[in-house]
Design a protein around this ligand. Structure first.
Ligand code: ZN
Length: 328
């Protein structure tokens, strides 16, 4: 039977500022807390462990204020990270999926595991539920992100323990999950980007009810990503037709490329590519494709026009600046 592992981490960072931060580990986990939920989203088990720090020996003042954990306590009751993780993975069991409030915890967990020379035993791609995102999809616009205490208040869940401790936050997240209409949106799974496709074979596509998401392999440069046909091709996810583009890929803002394709049977398909950077300087693409109506298709056309105008203005400004700079 499948279980949901709702977990939360507390981590410390350099108390002397970023310059004194370890380049390989900016955030050192000092507490793991988790609850295991069954398929009815009922809590069946709990996990809580403190970790003895080995990178940052001083508590960052904000973190000690928020969590009320002291270095003394960690030195006294903390166990080595590797031991705690081995116990945690064993406690997770066989058939489970991770759930977290927000999208950072799995990345930081794996980064800490790598730092300690552990192998990553998780499946690839690593899918998980971002409960904060699900909450927004159900009760807001899908884009804004509420804090955990706001969600707890929303469901009038009794606050009987302080926030910002790992087990308590995991428990609150689990309670929010069990109160929300979870099975209505269980298709909206998230994917963690800590481990990325390194070859074509490892690239993958996720299918959602109203869009698809493709994650490319890593490349050295943005130009190389955008030269990959699999990244830029638009294929209808309903009928598998290769689509003709009404508007070819154009860059919109710093982070996005947009395009508009047409399926003769299913209508307009909007494409969006985000070129994301990895921490070791590589890039990869996340492409989403979505069937859209006339109105949203028109928005893409407008955005294309906007960028054209802006580009023209910029080059005009450049020419003028050059003109002024020329000696008389
Ligand atoms: Zn189609």
């Amino acid at each position: 039977m499948k279980s949901y592992i709702v977990f939360d981490l507390e981590w410390n960072q350099s108390s002397a500022g970023r310059e004194c931060s370890s380049p390989r580990l900016s955030f050192e986990i000092f507490e793991i807390g988790a609850v295991k939920l069954n398929e009815k989203l009922e809590k069946v088990s709990e996990f809580r462990r403190l970790i003895k720090p080995c990178v940052y020996r001083q508590m960052h003042h904000i973190i000690s204020e928020v969590t009320h954990v002291s270095m003394d306590e960690l030195e006294r009751n903390g166990e080595p990270f590797t031991k705690v993780m081995e116990d945690f993975i064993e406690w997770c069991g066989e058939d489970y999926i991770f759930c977290t409030w927000g999208s950072m915890d799995l990345t930081e967990l794996q980064r800490n595991m790598m730092y300690h020379g552990m192998e990553i035993p998780f499946e690839f791609p690593l899918l998980f539920y971002d409960v904060q995102k699900l909450f927004s999809l159900l009760y807001s616009d899908g884009k804004t992100r509420a804090s955990l205490d706001e969600a707890v208040e929303f469901f009038q869940i009794q606050v009987d323990a302080p926030f910002h401790r790992a087990l308590e936050d995991a428990d609150y997240t689990g309670k929010v999950m069990s109160r929300m209409d979870f099975y209505k949106i269980e298709d909206y799974i998230s994917v963690d980007y800590y481990q990325l496709p390194e070859t074509k074979e490892e690239e993958f596509t996720l299918y959602f009810p109203d869009y698809t998401k493709f994650v490319s392999q890593i490349y050295d440069t943005k130009e190389e990503v955008m030269a990959d046909k699999q990244v830029t091709d638009m294929v209808c996810y309903k009928c598998r037709r290769m689509l003709r583009k009404k508007i070819r890929w154009f860059s919109y803002g710093q982070k996005f490329y947009l395009c508009l394709a047409v399926c003769p049977e299913h209508g307009f398909m909007k494409g969006k590519i985000r070129v994301k950077k990895t921490e070791d300087g590589f890039v990869f693409a996340v492409k989403t494709q979505k069937l859209v109506g006339e109105e949203e298709a028109e928005m893409v056309v407008k955005k294309k026009e906007e960028t054209k105008i802006r580009r023209a203005e910029r080059s005009k400004a450049k020419k003028l600046a050059k003109g002024h700079a020329q000696p008389q």
